[in-house]
Design a protein around this ligand. Structure first.
Ligand SMILES: Cc1cc2nc3c(=O)[nH]c(=O)nc-3n(C[C@H](O)[C@H](O)[C@H](O)COP(=O)(O)O)c2cc1C
Length: 172
């Protein structure tokens, strides 16, 4: 199947997953800026990956706009890359909502991490505010403590094993 992997990444985790997927699938790999200039009608399948910011997938509107127009009839897969663990109940709910909305799109989640050295100033400020809100919380649950520890410094949860469901979906 002629496949394009398109990604939008700020600090590099989504780009890394896109590279892993495109290598394994023998697909073309394009960042979003290049994809916007490319002719995507030649592809049978589109795999779009983007990172999660404040509970939403960045550039999801771009995918929504293309779904019923340029990509009608194509196989479309979305992989979201976030800092939360894959088995987190909030992550599951978030994926469930996306699947309910994006009918016909297979949706997956790949844990990324936090790479403060590559973040924009706005992202760093948002993370600082998030950290502060958590740190002043009274009666923190173990999950809160874990979250605080996780976002306190750069960390990497990415692993090639998370691309397996994406590849299986492509080959179905
Ligand atoms: C401002 C900001 C908000 C974020 N919000 C979330 C979120 O709501 N849920 C989540 O799982 N991860 C969240 N993250 C973590 C990113 O999704 C994570 O760092 C991801 O790996 C970034 O991917 P990238 O390296 O491709 O840019 C947030 C990160 C930043 C900087």
């Amino acid at each position: 199947m002629n496949t394009a992997v398109i990604y939008f990444s700020q600090t590099g985790f989504t780009a890394r997953y896109a590279r892993w997927i495109s290598q394994a699938a023998g697909a073309d790999c394009l960042d979003l800026a290049a994809a916007k200039k490319a002719r995507l009608d030649a592809y049978d399948a589109i795999i779009f990956g983007s990172w999660v910011r404040a509970g939403t997938v960045c550039k999801l509107n771009w995918l929504r706009r293309n779904l019923d127009t340029v990509w009608a009839g194509k196989k479309v897969i979305l992989f979201c890359v976030g800092g939360s663990p894959i088995d987190n109940p909030e992550t599951r709910e978030f994926l469930g909502n996306l699947r309910a909305e994006l009918k016909g799109v297979e949706v997956f989640y790949c844990p990324g991490g936090f790479r403060y050295e590559n973040m924009s100033i706005l992202s760093k400020l948002m993370m600082k505010a998030f950290w502060k809100a958590f740190s002043v919380k009274k009666d923190k649950t173990p999950a809160d403590e874990e979250m605080l520890r996780m976002i306190s410094s750069s960390c990497d949860f990415s692993d090639r094993k998370y691309i397996q469901p994406v590849l299986e979906s492509l080959n179905r």
